[in-house]
Design a protein around this ligand. Structure first.
Ligand code: ADP
Ligand code: ZN
Ligand code: ZN
Length: 737
């Protein structure tokens, strides 16, 4: 057995591992994360290192390999536990150990820390006064100034001493040598939260919230199972989280709060700040690298005990982690789209179990996976069925767009929605119009020959932008808008589909007096763009907010009484077994924006598919109905969570070569078919078969047991490693997607 060891946990150095032989006597103890002492360099000096991998493959001549000297038995630090977590991530999701380590260990900043130096007295006051007298008699003015200042303030910053008191570093050093003065330095970490003079505040929990808090605290005493909080929109889940965090902090432990990046707004930070003040910090993509690293350091050194952020905050190196909260647990952004393609819910559970921490998942529309686990008793389930002040849930109406068309209404706004909009504006309330798609104008197609204008590098249609250009949203390719069909020359090019910009134009035309804000990729591109729009809307600077997915997340606008969903079923047509689930979640969350204040909310959902269960269930905001239908479908088709799936994504620049490689891979995997009973689907083109001139194919392997798929994944990894033919093919694994 051999162990790969890193001796320095900084991102640049993670690539450099050293291999050592594991002596028989240690073979039980040496695991990823364990701290070992190893002979290092020419002099075989003993240094400490972390084991990151244990393997049976020697990287170089065994005879020349040194042995691990000893295994450390000191308390295991958070670094060790994070390395153990990385090892699990590598094994489960498929990646190299380095990729996994880089995911869990924060990037160390090369830039020098800001040091703050200060001076203080090293002797008693009495002796200090004697010294002052002495310097006074001797007329040593600079020394006298320093002693006087220190007797007055006890602590003096380096800046004040050198600039204001005009003392030279040489003089300070002399005083230090005389044993009169002490110079201390401490590192100053950047704090991204600039809130001062904000009043602390704690809300009195209502009955439902109190019952949930008490119930969860009781469960924590019994076992380590995660808790799932299913609370309707506006039921006050955040207050519950804060109460639980307080309980954990009281035990001297720390907490991580995961929320989707888009919900990490000023308002959210303010809520946590009101409760916990300077003990909180945030992580988000707007922080600079240095600021990010400082937040990890503040966590490691316990300068803060609550970190709030999107999925990467899960790896905050708290030495004594007590609780992980994952709000909006169903959100797709919790899945990493780069290798290792981990799911935050699964890794949160794993980290908690490695560190003895608690986990609480929360959502108004729990993922089918999480709810199924609660049903099986793997999670404790808690429910909040009422809104905080007992406001009614909004009433939802469904409009069949096929009927509208039959009656001659070709507008994106149905007659019912228009009526409600007029009422809402007349009452001076606010509304949100939600377009269930990416927020751009549609594509161009030729009415004569049917050709759709596509990106030359990707297998996607080009989008029409208001600046008159055709743009590819996958690779950024642009070309001027065409007057004629490139294939048949016909001038009859027509725009299909509708985007937020067009909706805005139509709404402006129908309601000329209304003030409209639009939130989509275009208007939120600039720094803090999305936050600015939300703030403006919160301050009632507009009556109507039009937007995509972005506007449905976790915002609390008490004046919104109407939500219009313009094309509810667009997300149903995605080639994805989660399409119905996503649609239900989006519609329910969107509807949940209405009626949070004192006036009851109304929702109008426009669709071509009014009978679909995901749309019917969101009409009644009936999670149970949706879940029962959905789990049945997953069971019949053996989709997660009723079966496990491993996707093998492959890409390459040569389509024929890629095809052959995938066929070989399939043949290889088929060898395990009889023994294990796995099912193989594909290879097939991905939904988007080409991006930036790279062809893309996918192969799915299904089985009830996840462990079988882990085994298959490992076999495939080994197979590709020894097969030269796979060098030109890029492979990524994905679990349950
Ligand atoms: P959810 O996350 O469940 O949608 P929130 O936690 O955002 O709900 O709470 C909705 C609103 O109700 C927030 O404005 C919050 O400040 C307020 N709120 C929550 N709990 C209470 C309470 N016990 N008393 C008064 N207001 C509350
Ligand atoms: Zn044509
Ligand atoms: Zn492209």
């Amino acid at each position: 057995m051999f162990a790969n060891v890193i001796v320095d946990i900084s991102h640049e150095k993670l690539d450099r591992t050293f291999q050592y032989r594991v002596p028989e006597t240690f073979s039980e103890k040496v695991k990823p994360g364990v701290v070992v002492e190893i002979p290092f360099g020419k002099g075989n000096r003993l240094i400490k290192g972390y084991v990151v991998e244990v393997t049976s493959r020697a990287e170089f001549d065994e005879k020349k390999m040194k042995e691990i000297h000893s295994v450390s038995t000191d308390g295991i630090g958070v670094e060790s536990r994070l390395i153990a977590l990385a090892s699990w991530i590598r094994e489960y999701y498929g990646s190299t150990m380095i990729q996994a380590l880089k995911t869990v260990l924060p990037v160390r900043e090369k830039e020098r820390r800001k040091e703050q130096k200060k001076l203080c007295l090293k002797v008693s006051r009495e002796e200090g006064e004697k010294a002052r007298e002495f310097f006074g008699q001797k007329n040593q003015k600079a020394r006298l100034r320093l002693m006087e200042a220190l007797l007055e303030t006890e602590e003096l910053s380096w800046e004040i001493a050198t600039k204001k008191l005009n003392l030279s570093p040489a003089l300070i050093r002399t005083m230090e040598e005389k044993g009169l003065v002490k110079v201390e330095s401490s590192t100053v970490y950047r704090n991204p939260i600039r809130l001062h003079g904000v009043q602390q505040e704690k809300k009195e929990l209502n009955k439902e919230q109190r019952q949930v808090v008490e119930g969860i605290l009781r469960c924590w005493k019994e076992d380590a199972k995660p808790c799932l909080l299913h609370g309707v929109t506006g039921s006050g889940k955040t207050e519950v989280y804060m109460e639980l965090i307080e309980a954990v902090l009281a035990e001297g432990k720390q907490a991580i709060v995961l929320i989707p990046e888009i919900a990490l707004t000023y308002q959210t930070v303010l809520r946590f700040y009101r409760r916990f003040g300077e003990r909180i910090s945030i992580l988000n993509s707007r922080l600079s690298k240095g600021e990010r690293f400082d937040q990890y350091e503040r966590a490691r050194t316990e300068q803060v005990d609550v970190i709030i952020g999107p999925r990467s905050a899960l790896f905050a190196p708290f030495p004594n982690l007590g609780l992980i909260i994952m709000d909006e647990e169903h959100e797709p952004s919790y899945k990493s789209e780069s290798v290792p393609r981990y799911h935050t819910r699964e890794v949160a559970e794993k980290r908690a179990s490695l560190e003895g921490a608690r986990v609480v998942f929360g959502s108004a529309t729990p993922s089918v996976e999480a709810y199924r686990k609660a049903e099986r008793g793997e999670y404790h389930l808690f429910a909040m069925k009422k809104r905080v002040k007992d406001q009614p849930l909004p009433s939802v109406e469904i409009v069949d767009l096929k009927e509208e068309l039959k009656e001659g209404n070709r507008s994106v706004l149905s007659r019912r929605l228009r009526e409600e909009m007029a009422l809402c504006l007349a009452a001076r309330h606010q509304m949100m119009l939600f377009l269930n798609r990416r927020g751009y104008a549609g594509f161009l197609s030729c009415r004569s020959c049917g050709t759709v204008l596509k990106c030359p590098h990707c297998d996607v249609s080009l989008s029409v932008h208001s600046n008159g250009k055709l743009v590819c949203h996958y690779c950024g390719y642009e070309e001027p808008k065409k007057e004629r069909c490139p294939k048949c020359g016909s001038p009859f090019l027509r725009e299909f589909g509708i985007g937020t910009q067009q909706v805005e134009r139509i709404v402006q035309k129908e309601f000329p007096g209304a003030r409209v804000l639009r939130m989509d990729l275009d208007t939120t591109r600039e720094k803090d763009g999305h936050e600015k729009i939300l703030e403006a809307f919160a301050h009632h600077e507009a009556d109507i907010l039009i937007g995509t997915q972005m506007i449905v997340k976790g915002h609390d606008f008490p004046d919104v009484t109407l939500v219009g969903v313009l094309a509810a079923d667009l997300s149903l047509h995605a080639a994805d077994y989660r399409a119905a689930e996503r649609t239900f979640q989006l519609l329910t969350q969107a509807a949940g924006r209405a009626g949070r204040g004192d006036v009851p909310g109304r929702v109008v959902i426009q669709t071509y598919d009014p009978d679909h269960y995901s749309i019917q269930a969101s009409k009644d905001q009936d999670y149970q109905m949706f879940y029962q239908r959905e789990i049945l479908y997953r069971r019949i088709s053996v989709y997660p969570p009723e079966g496990a799936m491993l996707a093998i994504h492959a890409s390459g620049t040569d389509e024929g070569y890629l095809s052959v490689a995938m066929d070989y891979l399939k043949k290889f995997i088929s060898r395990f078919e009889d023994k294990t009973g796995i099912g193989i689907i594909g290879p097939a083109d991905e939904t988007i078969a080409k991006i930036s001139d790279h062809y893309r194919k996918v192969l799915y392997v299904k089985h009830e047991d996840e462990k079988v798929l882990t085994m298959i994944k490992e076999k495939v990894e080994q197979y590709m490693e020894i097969n030269e033919g796979f060098r030109a093919v890029h492979i990524q694994f994905d679990r349950n997607e």
